[in-house]
Design a protein around this ligand. Structure first.
Ligand SMILES: [Zn+2]
Length: 407
């Protein structure tokens, strides 16, 4: 996955987290999921329908709020010539505030990172962000093969969605027939047929999986010992063979077997992600412990290293919640940047103490991520699910880097 995607997903994750915490005064927050390929004209007619239904809402304020939200959604959709390639998600409504009567109208249009297949229109007291959340939670791609002596099925697993790519049958007859001389010959023939079949399975796997750029791994399943025979024999291209993450026993073969494999792959997939996080953190710790000069940590130190294009790998805690502010003083024209823990309305000029004008506010992960992107560094966002992620946050302030050269 490219750094750009990584940062954009982070931004989206953050927005969803924020939206999740918001509430409407009544049942008046609209969540609209428009699947890829759905014509906007159809969406508009649904919204018009909803508009006339909403005119019957008893509570006067709620009615006004819903009608206003629907109006602004329709206005925004009118500006688009067509549904974006991956579909579109809209969240709109008056969000409650601590001060009564201070509700604010918000509208968010989000282009999903993958093709959206779900239609949803909901008017509720909260925003429904779950579908998008699911989409971004797991985004790596895995190849799936379920094989036994009679058939093989290939699929890919991306996030929680699985797609069957191909099914082939073997034509290998069952193992047991009459005894004696001919039985042994017959057995040799089936072994030969099985070998031919595995060869075909390998060829299909190479054709289907080798060209997937970000293939994270392959998981192989099936009932019985066939899958092991298949892996032991050199039927898979070595690049794919190196990517085999797990071999799983399934009760079924065929498509049903693939569905079973998906269910059992959850832990394997989770393990891979955590393993990567551990690995990069261990690399960082290796340099720290041996004082090689090829690692640094702390927001300021890492920012300095980024400015020198010295960062190879940037490690950020998922829990980081700081913002970077750029401001300018209207009194003495001093320009400065600073990091704040939470959103602030105003900052003072460090030179003269006057109220400074805030020029921009950016989440620190975006800011550092952008610097990493501009200098070709890889970004790793570590979750709190691992000990490593927690140490990064607690001991190293959530910001660390492995360097290309000593600075
Ligand atoms: Zn000043």
């Amino acid at each position: 996955m490219s750094i750009r995607d990584e940062i954009e997903l982070f931004r989206l994750e953050h927005l969803l987290k924020e939206l999740k915490g918001k509430e409407g005064r009544g049942t008046e927050l609209i969540s609209l999921y428009i699947p890829a390929g759905r014509p906007l004209s159809e969406v508009m007619s649904v919204l018009k329908q909803e508009y006339s239904t909403a005119q019957n809402i008893k509570d006067r304020t709620t009615r006004h709020h819903v009608l206003e939200a629907l109006t602004s959604i329709m206005q925004r959709l009118k500006l688009l010539s067509r549904t974006p390639p991956n579909g579109l998600v809209v969240f709109c409504g008056y969000v409650a505030s601590d001060v009564p009567g201070k509700e604010r109208m918000e509208i968010h249009l989000i282009e999903p990172p993958e093709k959206l297949r779900t239609w949803l229109y909901r008017c509720d007291s909260v925003f429904h962000v779950e579908i998008l959340e699911d989409m971004i939670r797991e985004r790596d791609i895995y190849g799936l093969i379920v094989v036994d002596r009679s058939e093989a099925v290939f699929g890919i697993l991306k996030g929680r969605s699985m797609q069957i790519l191909k099914r082939i049958t073997s034509g290998v007859p069952g193992k047991h027939r009459a005894g004696g001389q001919s039985a042994r010959r017959f057995e040799r023939i089936i072994e030969q047929l099985a070998h031919e079949f595995y060869k075909r399975v390998g060829e299909y796997a190479n054709r289907l999986f080798l060209d997937i750029p970000d293939l994270k791994g392959i998981i192989i399943g099936g009932p019985g010992p066939t899958k092991e025979e298949f892996i032991k024999g050199d039927y898979l291209h070595y690049e794919l063979k190196n990517k085999v993450l797990g071999v799983v026993d399934t009760g079924y073969s065929g498509e049903e077997g693939v569905y079973e494999l998906v269910k059992r792959s959850v832990d394997i997939v989770k393990g891979v992600r955590l393993f990567e996080e551990k690995k990069v953190f261990q690399e960082f710790m290796h340099h720290i412990a041996r004082d090689t000069g090829l690692a640094t940590y702390g927001e300021n130190e890492v920012r300095r290293a980024l400015q020198m294009a010295a960062v190879d790998k940037l490690l950020l805690s998922e829990q980081l919640d700081k913002h970077r502010i750029r401001a300018v003083c209207p009194n003495c024209s001093y320009e400065f940047s600073l990091t704040v823990e939470s959103r602030v309305e105003s900052v003072k000029c460090p030179k003269c103490g006057s109220q400074a004008d805030i020029e921009s506010v950016e989440h620190i992960v975006e800011e550092l991520g952008r610097m990493a992107k501009n200098t070709g560094a890889r970004v790793f966002i570590l979750s709190d699910a691992t000990e490593e992620g927690r140490i990064l946050r607690r001991t190293f302030g959530g910001v660390a880097a492995v360097l290309r050269f000593r600075i």
